[in-house]
Each structure stands twice: as structure tokens, then as C-alpha cells.
Ligand binder design. Structure first.
Ligand SMILES: *[C@@H]1O[C@H](CO)[C@@H](O)[C@H](O)[C@H]1NC(C)=O
Ligand SMILES: *[C@@H]1O[C@H](CO)[C@@H](O)[C@H](O)[C@H]1NC(C)=O
Ligand SMILES: *[C@@H]1O[C@H](CO)[C@@H](O)[C@H](O)[C@H]1NC(C)=O
Length: 324
């Protein structure tokens, strides 16, 4: 009887899943999340000259923790920070403007490095990552590793807003110029403005994907599209296949508008894939700090493609990541 009771208790602890509700953070556009050594780390746009990280051991606790400042820079309008662990250091990629510059087209991509393998930093500035021979309004830096080679990803504004890919020796040393990765071609990439931005690497079963945000963030039709590397040369855009339909978009039923600019993370036990993204509650809330961070689990189709489903409504109790 005693043993049975112990099992009853232990088994209940073992199978219990934590719950959470969206949003997971307010005032947190362009979210990026990592689960590392027992903690979640959420980093997002601040629109200031500082980068903050929210750290918690449970997804539901992110909401109320302090956004601890881990890095300050001489400039303004921080957008779209991401942290990537490469060779035992975290690299903080971000877009920001230099001091005494105006308008958003002053944005360029930069990288800072952590002092150790602690995601909380501190971080030190390492490099400006804009291509000196191809100066544009650049934003949304990310990083992808393909067959052992490293590449910077990003978005730039020319006649239209495209994605780029650039070969790197390491996270702070470019190996060559930037190359176009994707340009808007479908109607669903041209709502409000023609935009491809927020490229995010996604690896699955040996396949390489880039999920990106399409259309203008000021509209409720901002959404996610999918690219897959199907050739041999990552710097050649014809070696990437763009799926003809968007993979994640508004849900009027759930009052979720403009879901996009995402990141990916694993559940604590490593068995589940999760997406973190921002969205608005109202159709007209636009591209600012009103956008909140949300997270949800996603699955894979029999064809090996990500299935993100429909963005969940705010305030609904959801099962937390496995292993919390
Ligand atoms: C955050 O803190 C407030 C005030 O203590 C509390 O009412 C709320 O439930 C907390 N939210 C979460 C998600 O823990
Ligand atoms: C991966 O890299 C190896 C070694 O550089 C090369 O031989 C191989 O062709 C590459 N594979 C692809 C798919 O590019
Ligand atoms: C890009 O790939 C296509 C198809 O393999 C090829 O025809 C073209 O020459 C490549 N372009 C460059 C610049 O390598």
C-alpha cells in the first residue's frame, strides 16, 4: 500500500505538465527564445539602446520576470536581437542605428559576443556586419550553419525588401559579399508593401529550412513563409525552394493579427519543437511595441515539413513544453 502511494505520488509528478497562457511577454516584438541548461531565455526588440533578456525556468514565469539588461550600445532603436551559441560563446546579432542618425533606414546589422557560455552575458561589441560595397537599410540578422559552413542571414531594403545570405568565417568575420536569398513574388508577400524579412533557420531530419516573415508588419496580413535549401550552393537563390503558400498567418476567429517574426526552441526534454512569434490583438496595432510574444508547439507532416497550425487565442490555458 505504501509503495503504491509512493508510486502514485511520483508517477503524478512525472506525468504532470506545466501550463501557460499566451502572451508569454508584453511589449516584446521580434522574439527569440533559447532553452539552455534549465532556463528559457527570451530576447526581443526594445526600440532603445539596450538589449534585455527575460530568464525563467518555466515558460509561464517569463511573463513577470525582469527584462535584465545584458548589453548597451552607442546608438539607438534596437530591433530583432537573437542569441546563437557557437563554439561555447553566445553571439548577439542585432539591428540598430548609429548615434546621430535618423529615420529607420539608418539600421545596420551588428554582432556582440558573450564573456562565457552564460546567455546573460555580459556582451562585448564585436563587429558591424553591413556589406561596405552594398550599403542598404539592413535588419533582422540571423545565423545558419549548412554542411559545416557558416552564413549570416538578414533582410535589406532596395527596390523591394529582400532576404540576404552572406558567407562567414565566424560570427564576426564575413568571408565575402551578401547574396540575395529571396525576394517577394507571391501576392501573400506583397500585402501593404513587398517584404521578406525575419529569416530564421530551422533544421529537421537533415533538411535545412528558412522560415521568414512576409508582407508589411503594419498590416494584419504579416505572416510566415517557408524556404528550403534544395541544391548545393546556399549563396545561389535558385538553390532554395520557396513553398507557394504561407505557413502561418492571421486568425480572425482567435483575434490574432500579423503573426510573424519568429524564433524556434526545443522543449526542456528535447522532444518537442516550439515556435515563438509576435502578433497583435487588434487589426490596426501596427509595427510597434504593442506586439506581444507568444509561443506554441508545432509538429511535422509526413512529408517532413513544419506544421505550425493556427495561432492560439490569448488567455487560453495550454500545455507547457515537455519536461518542464
Ligand atoms: C504576473 O503578476 C501579476 C501580479 O502579481 C499576477 O496577477 C499575474 O497572474 C502574473 N502573471 C503570470 C503569467 O504569472
Ligand atoms: C558538404 O561538404 C563536403 C566537404 O566540404 C562536400 O564534399 C559535400 O559536397 C558538401 N555537401 C553538400 C550537399 O554541399
Ligand atoms: C545558380 O544556379 C543555377 C542552377 O544550378 C545556375 O544555372 C547558375 O549559373 C547559378 N548562378 C551562379 C551565379 O552561380
Amino acid at each position: 500500500m505504501f509503495r503504491l502511494l509512493i508510486c502514485f505520488f511520483m508517477c503524478w509528478i512525472g506525468s504532470r505538465t506545466e501550463e501557460y497562457t499566451n502572451p508569454i511577454a508584453l511589449q516584446a516584438p521580434d522574439p527569440w527564445m533559447e532553452y539552455y541548461k534549465g532556463y528559457y531565455y527570451l530576447v526581443a526588440t526594445t526600440w532603445t539602446s539596450e538589449v534585455g533578456i527575460r530568464k525563467a525556468s518555466k515558460l509561464s514565469d517569463i511573463f513577470n520576470v525582469t527584462n535584465t539588461i545584458v548589453y548597451s550600445f552607442d546608438g539607438h532603436t534596437l530591433w530583432a536581437p537573437e542569441i546563437h551559441l557557437i563554439d561555447d560563446r553566445w553571439y548577439l546579432f542585432y539591428s540598430a542605428c548609429a548615434p546621430n542618425t535618423e529615420d529607420y533606414d539608418c539600421h545596420r546589422n551588428h554582432v556582440a559576443q558573450s564573456a562565457s557560455d552564460d546567455p546573460m552575458g555580459p556582451y562585448t561589441f564585436m563587429a558591424d556586419l553591413d556589406d561596405p560595397n552594398d550599403q542598404n537599410f539592413e535588419l533582422d540578422p540571423s545565423y545558419i550553419i549548412i554542411n559545416g559552413s557558416q552564413y549570416l542571414l538578414g533582410s535589406y531594403v532596395a527596390d523591394t525588401q529582400n532576404l540576404y545570405i552572406r558567407p562567414m568565417v565566424n560570427p564576426y568575420t564575413p568571408e565575402g559579399p551578401k547574396y540575395i536569398l529571396s525576394t517577394p513574388t507571391y501576392d501573400w508577400e506583397e500585402q501593404g508593401k513587398t517584404v521578406n524579412e525575419g529569416p530564421e533557420p530551422l533544421y529537421h531530419d537533415g533538411r535545412i529550412f528558412v522560415v521568414f516573415s512576409a508582407s508589411y508588419c503594419d498590416t494584419p496580413n504579416y505572416k510566415l513563409g517557408l524556404l528550403e535549401f534544395v541544391g548545393t550552393d546556399p549563396l545561389n537563390s535558385t538553390h532554395w525552394y520557396k513553398y507557394p503558400d504561407p505557413v502561418f498567418q492571421r486568425s480572425d476567429d482567435n483575434h490574432v493579427y500579423g503573426p510573424g517574426h519568429n524564433g524556434f526552441f526545443k522543449s526542456p526534454d528535447g522532444t518537442e519543437d516550439w515556435i515563438v512569434y509576435h502578433a497583435n490583438e487588434e487589426e490596426t496595432q501596427g509595427c510597434g511595441m504593442e506586439r506581444s510574444s507568444r509561443a506554441q508547439k508545432f509538429t511535422w507532416s509526413d512529408d517532413g515539413l513544419p506544421v505550425f497550425g493556427v495561432p492560439d487565442a490569448l488567455g487560453v490555458t495550454l500545455e507547457g513544453p515537455s519536461g518542464e
